[in-house]
Design a protein around this ligand. Structure first.
Ligand code: AMP
Length: 442
């Protein structure tokens, strides 16, 4: 069958890499893809948000299943439009995608269906939001309602910081209409974990747990990024806690959506804070996480394409009857190599060296995020295979019998790679390492 993956990052490379292992996949396309993806899929020059062009392509090529990586096309309604043409597509429709596209929608749904989350209040008036902040004081968290490329959340340490965030969102409109409404919520404390499930709204198949690292520098310092690394499993999520998260958060949310008339199909990603009172939702995403996917999929032994097809067809129970998913019990760590200056301004077009040496290592995969191949025949780079082409450039991923082994292997691989300005965090997985030491000690 023919598969189209939409997107151009490390997550999409991991999806393409995994789909390419399926015996069901005859041909894979990726729109627009990147340098590394072009090894396993034919990259086509269509942007992820250009839904009319994607429909034309899928119809012309008779694509059997389209898998959507990023949230924006889902929020724009790509699933509804593909479905109108009876084109198979994996992901939630526009209304259901509000779970990520509108934090107000998500919070109201959680409140209605008793899904544990931070206490909150919604505002569409700047003065009222300011008064509320003065009343509850800091710390508190300010969130823009709509999509803001991961920048719409401010964890404020002082009331002034919170008021300034509300001002930027509601008055200055730095995120446009995404800031028409804001949420001011209680600050939660604990460790974070990501629980990602696949669902057809009747059946839920969980993926392995994971944890990501959002800040740019070691010890969670510096500004937020798209994600500097991840590891799986998140050892803090014990089997009992995993079940509690499924019962109190995942099932209640999917059932709640169904009661609202929204049959949720695709990926449901719950960002969780494990607080003293139990797990609480920080956010929902309606697609695979990046870079969590890069740390999860190398552990998946089952055929992901088969499962996504079943979900898109509303036949996920078939997979459950066959025993669900099989996992490699080893741990996996993904370290993101970023361009100099990222998450601020950075330059592109730097020559990447050492990729082959890293890729050759056993139990290592290098997923490409922001790379491109030099133009064919370019005399400037006769022997160069890849150039940087984004902020997050590569996701170096390694498996190991323990988190420690996976960390060591991944960093050995990352050390082989270089490009001008390259930087990466040196402490990916360190929190899990503490738990692992804790487990073996007791
Ligand atoms: P979100 O996009 O809602 O997941 O927020 C991004 C990050 O902000 C999360 O991964 C958390 O680290 C942090 N965050 C969000 N909401 C809260 C909260 N209520 N309390 C503490 N931290 C939060």
């Amino acid at each position: 069958m023919k598969v189209l993956v939409i997107g151009s990052g490390g997550r999409e490379h991991a999806l393409v890499w995994k789909i390419a292992q399926s015996k069901l996949a005859d041909k894979i396309f990726c729109a627009p893809g990147n340098g590394g993806i072009s090894k396993q899929a034919e990259c086509i020059d269509i942007k992820a948000e250009d839904i009319p062009a994607l429909i034309d392509f899928a119809r012309k090529e008779k694509i059997d299943l389209t898998v959507v990586g990023p949230e924006v096309p889902l929020a724009l309604g790509i699933v509804d439009e593909f479905s109108n043409y009876k084109l198979g597509i994996f992901g939630p429709n526009k209304k259901a995608a509000q779970l990520e596209a509108s934090k107000v929608f998500a919070k109201q749904l959680m409140a209605k269906y008793n899904v544990p989350t931070a206490e909150f209040k919604i505002f569409d008036n700047y003065e009222e939001a300011k008064k509320h902040i003065e009343k509850i004081n800091a710390p508190c968290v300010v969130k823009a309602d709509g999509l803001a490329a991961g920048k719409g959340v401010v964890v404020a340490k002082t009331a002034d910081e919170a008021k300034q965030a509300v001002n930027l969102m509601m008055q200055e409109k730095i995120f446009g209409a995404a800031g028409n409404q804001v949420i001011v919520e209680e600050c939660l404390y604990g460790q974070e974990a990501s629980i990602i499930v696949l669902t057809d709204s009747k059946e839920v198949i969980p993926l392995a747990s994971s944890q990501d690292h959002k800040r740019v520098f070691d010890e969670d310092k510096g500004p937020n990024t798209g994600g500097m690394g991840a590891y799986s499993p998140a050892l803090i999520v014990t089997p009992g806690l995993f079940q509690e998260i499924l019962n109190k958060i995942v099932y209640r949310t999917i059932e709640g959506l169904a009661k609202e008339g929204l049959n949720y199909q695709g990926v449901l990603y719950a960002g969780i804070m494990i607080t003293k009172e139990g797990p609480k939702v920080l956010e929902f995403n309606v697609r695979f996480g990046d870079p969590e996917t890069q740390a999860i999929l190398p552990r998946l032994k089952s055929d992901l394409l088969e499962v996504m097809l079943a979900a898109a067809d509303g036949k996920l129970s078939k997979i459950s009857r066959l025993g669900g998913l099989n996992w490699d019990s080893r741990a996996c760590v993904c370290v993101v190599c970023a361009s100099g200056g990222y998450p601020g301004e950075y330059e592109k077009g730097k020559v990447i060296t050492g990729l082959n040496d890293a890729d050759k290592m056993q139990d290592v995969v290098v997923f490409h995020a922001g790379t491109k191949r030099p133009t064919v025949g370019s005399s400037r780079y006769p022997s160069v295979q890849y150039l940087t082409n984004g902020g997050r450039v590569l996701g170096v991923t390694g498996l190991g019998n323990t988190i420690k082994e996976a960390i060591d292997r991944t960093y050995q691989a990352a050390d082989k790679i270089s490009f001008e300005g390259m930087h990466y965090r040196k402490d990916i997985g360190y929190r899990a390492l503490k738990s692992e030491i804790g487990i073996s000690k007791f």
